[in-house]
Design a binder for this molecule. Structure first.
Ligand code: FES
Ligand code: FES
Length: 180
């Protein structure tokens, strides 16, 4: 266990505000979810604590690193900056929603093929920023890819393998060789 696990084994400290919980319903990775949430809880904390979806990472917790990026209503969003209660009625895709029936998506396979990850901490956020881009634009140019991942920090790869993986995914998906 890391030093941020609490006694229940949760991998971050979340302290209830003590305010009355509020109802929240949304769709996460295709599944409709109804929960009562602490009004001060972030969406990132909700994904970890209430949904046990630990693929989305917490880096800075203040909107700077992109490790917590998810897709919300079609856009790449920093889940550390959104309250869980604000997700009411939204459609959310996390990194766990990219693979289908246990098979990695084209995007994930291209990340592996291009050595676009080393420690992997930035990878879920990178994948979700890339997915949000490719869902809107299936033929991005280099600058568009750079812009899409501009909010995602990577301390390991130097970014070029990531960019190559995203461009290769776009090409494959355009060719229709393997749709996600
Ligand atoms: S953890 Fe959300 S942007 Fe860094
Ligand atoms: S692979 Fe380590 S931070 Fe990106």
């Amino acid at each position: 266990m890391c030093d941020r696990h609490n006694k229940d084994g949760d991998c971050f400290e979340y302290v209830e505000s003590g305010m009355p919980r509020v109802p929240m319903s949304c769709k996460i990775n295709g599944e409709i979810v109804h929960k009562m949430v602490d009004p001060t809880m972030t969406l990132l904390q909700f994904l970890h604590k209430d949904m046990s979806l630990f693929g989305t990472k917490e880096g800075c917790g203040e909107g700077e690193c992109g490790a917590c990026t998810i897709k919300m209503n079609g856009r790449a969003v920093n889940s550390c900056l959104v309250l869980a209660a604000e997700a009411q009625g939204s459609e959310i895709i996390t990194v766990e929603g990219l693979s289908k029936n246990g098979e990695l998506s084209v995007l994930q396979k291209e990340f592996i093929k291009h050595d676009a990850l080393q420690c992997g901490f930035c990878t879920p956020g990178m994948l979700m920023s890339a997915r949000a881009l490719l869902d809107k634009n299936n033929d991005p140019d280099l600058e568009e890819v750079k812009e899409a991942i501009a909010g995602n920090f990577c301390r390991c790869t130097g970014y070029f393998p990531i960019i190559d993986a995203i461009l290769a995914t776009a090409k494959k998906e355009r060719e229709g060789s393997d749709h996600e």
